[in-house]
Design a protein around this ligand. Structure first.
Ligand code: SAM
Length: 230
């Protein structure tokens, strides 16, 4: 990745692993907690798409939102790796949000990590969130056109949405492009990464706004997934 965590960051990642073990006993957060499941499929997989931001070092303040954060990925890993960033983590499941809030507090990063327990369709209509974020990310949340409808309304004029995907086909790309056009965004060059340890290929598709996202998006709760834009 051409990036190394500092010793403090490494300690925080290790602490996060311990917290996940603890919280997984109470709430079903993730099965990727031990060994390479954690270090590759959670930490590396969360951070590899962030090379341009990680290489900027301290840089300016960065507002990041992780939609459908589940057990806190990629959001908590980003909060540790990007100490200049303010993170907003959204999930509609209260027990997961409470667990991630407790983990952020235990890690000493709760002043930079805000949790919201709500549907992404609501977040995108809240004036405190709409058009506010430099980076909007989502991993394993829904089909790409659905995720695009969740993320794009949250982007500032110079913002970037990163759609974390496993497999990615030409057909996926065509469908996303149709959704992206309706949302007034362009799809940028797809990033591809082979995970270490033969853990498979990952894709990240960046989206950038061409102008303001049309007011009708995101549509009402449940509609993006039921009637995807593509
Ligand atoms: N991003 C995490 C990861 O990669 O490990 C969690 C992935 S989990 C499979 C998907 C999560 O997205 C669930 O926790 C679910 O509650 C949340 N989710 C799905 N649709 C959502 C929506 N419309 N608004 C908020 N959260 C949503």
């Amino acid at each position: 990745m051409a990036w190394q965590p500092s010793s403090d960051q490494l300690q925080q990642f290790t602490h996060l692993q311990e917290l996940l073990r603890e919280w997984n006993g109470k709430v079903n957060l993730t099965r990727l907690v031990e060994g390479e499941d954690y270090w590759i499929s959670q930490i590396f997989d969360s951070l590899w798409p962030l090379k341009p931001w990680l290489s900027k070092g301290e840089g300016g303040p960065l507002k990041v939102i992780d939609v459908g954060t589940g057990g806190g990925f990629p959001g908590l890993a980003m909060a540790i790796a990007l100490p200049q960033a303010q993170l907003t983590l959204v999930d509609s499941v209260g027990r997961k949000v409470q667990a991630v809030q407790a983990m952020a507090e235990a890690l000493g990063i709760a002043d930079r990590v805000q949790l919201r327990c709500e549907r992404a369709e609501k977040t995108g209509r809240d004036p405190h969130c709409r058009r506010q974020f430099h980076l909007a990310v989502a991993r394993a949340v829904a089909a790409a056109p659905v995720v695009a409808e969740y993320l794009v309304p949250l982007l500032s004029a110079d913002g970037t949405a990163l759609l974390y995907r496993g497999q990615w086909s030409d057909d996926d790309q065509r469908q996303l492009q149709r959704a992206a056009a309706l949302l007034n965004t362009t799809t940028e060059t797809i990033q591809v990464q082979e995970l270490p340890g033969q853990r498979g290929l990952r894709h990240v598709i960046p989206l950038r706004p061409k102008g303001a996202c049309p007011k009708q998006y995101p549509r009402a709760v449940g509609v993006p997934a039921k009637l995807p834009l593509a």
